[in-house]
Design a protein around this ligand. Structure first.
Ligand code: GLU
Length: 479
């Protein structure tokens, strides 16, 4: 049997990091098994729908290299892959369930449902739909008040609803008893619960891998599979990613819940894939640094965590720094260009390309994320008339600065050859031997004068790249 798995994002805003996490685990298994991976867009919640969200899902997953075989953009044997384009598909199953007594119409207004819930809470009885509409016609129901003309369709949950099921990650799971779930809304759109079951069946999905928040919905899905006479897929419920306070990771509390944030910050896709893998999985070797291919080759559901991992940005920064150091200088240069260009610092000229080529080895070991290059190399690319010194950095080493800057200027001015070695030798002779200073104390005001800030790559290297004329001009201006 070929396995078929799917990820089913809802286009309700910036793509959520959970979509990448789910895609990764689905795909690790799919690629190991030589199966197919389907991207299905679950856009039946029209109130929360956002038009550009779907394209962002494609872009961010493609950026991560988490590629799908079938989807709205790629087509495939089960098209369409957008639920809003499949409305006719769901209707006959609703009719079947109504005809067989597994579902019923409900005309209750939202206000009536609200009153019902408040009353149940007051009486401290379990909340849930009280089946006022069950077995009634619209006329019967309208006579009682609190009814609207357009009904929804609800599942009639039987007493023997299957509450236990086997989960590939968790073993035997017991879910709570569900309420009479709405499966078709008044607007003719199916709810998630109906659409997910119909589509998973029609798309031949063999394994449903999704977040643990769906465990409590699984009994409803099992019932629908059974009622419609369809084979149940296997289930694997992944532990939810958590904020440091252990709450479910959300865009409201954590910028890292948005996938586009990682692109903006300059995380490498290979580092994020490794990190997301590490959050839910460990290799048999316990090695923390691994590629998608290594994860997929060793993939085993029994090695997936059941406890919700905390999304530790410090760890991700460490991993990202590792991946940055592993890049070839040419590759890193290409990845830095967009950050410098977006900051208005890089113009793509041959001069800028040379400068950047020289600067790459200086910054490669100094970044946790690529966006840091903007502050690290601003001094090198900024047009001379726009160069300014950060007052806070200047403030820190005022004492003795004038003497240091003057001595340094004189020494450098005399240089014929402008290399890292000659610059360093001249500075050391003037400041360490000449003024009797320690290197740290001696270099600090020079660094601020030349780079404008306290954070910069090593000083002689920076000065060698910057060139004699610009260095002298900045030293004189600072003195
Ligand atoms: N559309 C659901 C979501 O956004 C998918 C859940 C599932 O995979 O069944 O979480």
């Amino acid at each position: 049997m070929t396995v078929r798995l799917r990820v089913a994002p809802s286009p309700t805003g910036d793509p959520h990091v959970g979509t990448a996490y789910m895609s990764l685990f689905n795909l690790a298994f799919v690629r190991q098994q030589g199966g197919q991976f389907v991207l299905r867009v679950e856009d039946t919640d029209r109130a929360r729908f956002q038009a550009d969200s779907e394209a962002q899902v494609y872009e961010t997953l493609a950026w991560l290299g988490l590629d799908w075989d079938e989807g709205p953009d790629k087509g495939g044997p089960c098209a369409p892959y957008r639920q809003s384009e499949r409305l006719d598909t769901y209707q006959p199953y609703v009719e079947q369930l109504l005809g067989e007594g597994h579902a019923y119409h409900c005309w209750c207004t939202p206000e009536r449902l609200q009153e019902m819930r408040e009353d149940q809470q007051r009486r401290k009885v379990p909340t849930g739909y009280d089946r006022l509409c069950l077995g009634k016609t619209y006329e019967d129901r309208a006579a009682l008040g609190g009814a609207q003309e357009r009904p929804v369709v609800r599942m009639l949950i039987p007493d023997d609803v299957p509450l236990a099921f086997t989960d590939l990650i968790r073993g035997e799971v017991h879910a709570p008893r569900p309420d009479d779930q709405v499966i078709l809304k008044g607007d003719g759109f199916p709810t998630y619960h109906l659409a997910v079951v119909v589509d998973d069946h029609l798309m031949g999905i063999t394994h449903v891998v999704r977040g643990e928040e769906w465990i409590s919905s699984t009994p409803k899905h099992l019932l629908l599979f059974d009622w419609l006479g369809w084979e149940r897929p296997q289930f694997a419920h992944m532990p939810l990613l958590r904020n440091p306070d252990k709450s479910k990771i959300s865009k409201r509390k954590n910028p890292a819940a948005r996938l586009t944030w990682f692109v903006e910050q300059g995380y490498l896709p290979e580092a994020l894939v490794n990190f997301l893998g590490l959050l839910g999985y460990s290799l048999p070797s316990q090695e923390e640094i691994f590629t998608f291919a290594e994860m997929s080759a060793t993939f085993d559901w029994s090695r997936v965590n059941t406890v919700g991992p905390v999304f530790d940005l410090e760890k991700l920064g460490w991993l990202n720094g590792h991946y940055i150091r592993e890049l070839s200088e040419e590759d890193l240069r290409a990845r830095l260009v967009p950050f410098l260009a977006d900051a208005g610092l890089y113009d793509g000229s041959a001069g800028h390309l040379d400068l950047l080529t020289g600067a790459v080895p200086l910054v490669q070991t100094r970044m946790a994320v690529l966006s840091e290059v903007v502050d690290l190399l601003r001094f090198l690319f900024v047009p001379e008339q726009d160069f300014t010194v950060d007052p806070a950095a200047a403030e820190k080493n005022l004492v003795g600065a004038e003497a240091i800057l003057t001595a340094c200027t004189d020494a450098l001015e005399a240089l014929d050859e402008w290399t890292v070695e000659s610059v360093q030798a001249a500075m050391d002779a003037a400041l360490i031997d000449g003024l009797g200073l320690k290197r740290g104390k001696a270099y600090a005001p020079v660094r601020t004068a030349v780079t404008g800030s306290g954070i910069a790559p090593p000083l002689p290297e920076s000065m060698a790249l910057l060139g004699k004329a610009r260095v002298l001009r900045r030293l004189r201006a600072a003195a």
